[in-house]
Design a binder for this molecule. Structure first.
Ligand code: AMP
Length: 315
């Protein structure tokens, strides 16, 4: 399953990506997370990226593409991936298409998590995330606050406020999204890969919709099969419920259906195994037919003596 999650900053695509990781056991690849890890590690790459990140601008394509290329080369990417926050502009999308074409693993779906721009500001400025990277739970002080302020409900670690989630930077990030990232909607629509999920409401409801879209787009056969199976299960249950009254009549039907198909296939095999009964014709043609099927006499001798001799002698 190879998916790009599209959406403005604060649309909740990161949250949906985490739920998808749990459900489908494929890795999430977030360029934002990868960049923040580089910044936290104080690497050269992190130092280069930090200024752009702090000012709400995009980090250079060169840096991001290098990072994604390395990430896609890791073994776990073979089972698929959920790209979150990448691509962020048309050149990145084109480079991604080329990379995936080289790997023979084209993208299957670009899923847009659609949220009104007015909602986004509160979502971003109110966002807090668990500092324990193994947990990664996300809260919002306006909409989904933790039980104790500043503490993660799940693991008790301190909550963090991203440095670029302040109002000024958020405004710039939303502008950058409109100018550079939103054109990807048309890009993927033109490829027939775009689907849209409303990103407002309960997280579980949004997720249900996201999964429905994925099942319909990427796993249509699996979803059709599960519906057929559900239908068959319902019929079997209904038939069972009806049986007690007609227990005597229901039993003979399956028994009659099976013998009709099997004996036809078994009878020709049995007489051949009892060759010693048929002295001349049966022994030789049968042996020849197995070893030298290409030779001239084989087809005639096989068909005639086998069919005629067996039933007569057996009877
Ligand atoms: P995110 O966590 O996805 O909101 O990303 C945080 C910041 O990282 C963005 O505001 C950008 O500065 C940078 N960033 C993340 N992904 C990309 C990308 N694909 N291209 C360029 N910059 C990125």
């Amino acid at each position: 399953m190879r998916i790009v999650l599209l959406g403005a900053p604060g649309s909740g695509k990161g949250t949906q990506a985490k739920l998808l990781v749990e459900k489908y056991r494929i890795p999430q690849m977030s360029t934002g997370d990868l960049l923040r890890a580089e910044v936290a590690a104080g690497s050269e790459l992190g130092k280069k990226a930090k200024a752009s990140m702090d000012s709400g601008q995009l980090v250079s394509d060169e840096i991001v593409l290098g990072m994604i290329q390395n990430r896609l080369a890791k073994p776990d990417a073979k089972s698929g991936f959920i790209l979150d926050g990448f691509p962020r502009n048309i050149p990145q999308a084109q480079s991604l298409d080329s990379m995936l074409a080289r790997l023979g693993q084209p993208l299957q779906l670009a899923l847009l998590v659609d949220v009104d721009s007015q909602v986004l500001m509160k979502r971003l400025t109110g966002r807090r995330s668990c500092g324990n990277t193994g947990c990664g739970a996300i809260y919002n002080i306006y909409f989904t606050p933790p039980k104790s302020p500043g503490k993660c409900d799940k693991c008790g670690s301190g909550l963090q406020h991203r440095s670029d989630d302040n109002e000024d930077t958020v405004r710039k990030r939303l502008n950058v999204y409109e100018l550079q990232t939103a054109p990807l909607i048309s890009y993927y629509r033109a490829q027939g890969k775009l689907r849209t999920a409303k990103g407002v409401g309960a997280i579980a409801d949004i997720f249900r919709n996201v999964v429905d879209i994925i099942e319909a787009q990427i796993r249509p056969l699996a979803s059709v099969m599960s519906k057929i199976e559900a239908g068959q299960a319902a019929k079997v249950a209904a038939a069972k419920a009806a049986r007690p009254a007609r227990a005597g009549k229901a039993a003979p039907k399956p028994v009659a259906a099976k013998p009709a198909a099997k004996p036809v296939a078994k009878t020709p095999a049995k007489p051949v195994a009892r060759k010693p009964v048929a002295k001349k014709p049966v022994k030789k043609p049968a042996a020849k037919a197995k070893k030298k099927p290409v030779k001239k006499a084989a087809p005639k001798k096989k068909a005639k003596p086998a069919k005629k001799a067996k039933p007569k002698k057996a009877k």
